[in-house]
Design a protein around this ligand. Structure first.
Ligand SMILES: [Zn+2]
Length: 90
């Protein structure tokens, strides 16, 4: 039987193959939900699925795409917003 504190679904179970053809259960932390676009709610690409502490260890360029509204809006919504701004200036 596993340890009492592991008898819940807090941690993800992963079957790990060990030398000697043994399979053992490893308990791994779950990944957070992927970040989503602030406008349409689609999944953002180029933003890693990591916890804030793990994200802070990455460089800034690895955390989000290097473009206007990178990590906040998806490409489609960003383009629409820039067009909207340019048109409303007139
Ligand atoms: Zn969007």
């Amino acid at each position: 039987m596993v340890r009492p504190n592991l008898r819940n679904r807090t941690l993800r179970k992963v079957k790990k193959k060990l030398p000697g053809n043994n399979v053992k259960m490893h308990f791994v932390e779950r990944k957070p939900q992927s970040s989503r676009c602030g406008s349409c709610g689609r999944k953002l690409s180029g933003v890693p699925r990591l916890k804030p502490i793990a994200l802070s260890k990455l460089s800034k360029t690895q955390r989000r795409p290097e473009r206007p509204f990178g990590g906040v809006l998806c490409t489609k919504c960003m383009r629409e917003y820039i067009k909207f701004q340019a048109r409303s200036e007139e």
